[in-house]
Design a protein around this ligand. Structure first.
Ligand code: NI
Length: 137
């Protein structure tokens, strides 16, 4: 049985501020640098969601990409696009919105909502060069 990985890529823009309440002001500045700017800043994020599964023997499909897109939009994109991740997103409340933490939060939003297949990977491009990957462990 061939195990196949199917990826849907989506885009959103959002603002964030990297700041941990468990660090002093000086430590926050040291760790996060410019990303600690009090009023926040924005990114054009790219999100890749990968689903694994065995293609259906009749239709050859692991997951219907139109359905997958709809679920990712309703569970993630519609809630974060053009929002400030520190203040406006219920499922990210209390989380420092690093790319790492965002990837984990997105995984939790999506893992039980797929139309078929199994969630394999969340890959979040904060910039073309800064990327976080989460596989649920
Ligand atoms: Ni940033």
């Amino acid at each position: 049985m061939p195990l196949v990985y199917v990826t849907r890529r989506l885009h959103f823009s959002a603002a964030h501020r990297l700041h941990s309440d468990q660090l002093s002001a000086q430590e926050n500045e040291q760790v996060y640098g410019l990303c600690n700017n009090p009023l926040g800043h924005g990114h054009n994020y790219e999100l890749e969601v990968t689903v694994q599964g065995i293609p259906d023997p009749v239709n050859g499909i692991v997951v219907d990409l139109k359905e997958l897109k709809k679920v990712i939009e309703s569970e993630i994109i519609d809630l974060v696009d053009h929002k400030h991740l520190n203040y406006e997103v219920e499922f990210m409340r209390g989380i420092v919105p690093t790319a790492e933490n965002i990837a984990v939060a997105f995984w939790n939003q999506l893992k039980d909502k797929l139309p078929s297949g199994r969630l394999y990977e969340i890959k979040l491009y904060e910039t073309p060069r800064n990327i976080a990957v989460y596989r649920g462990e």
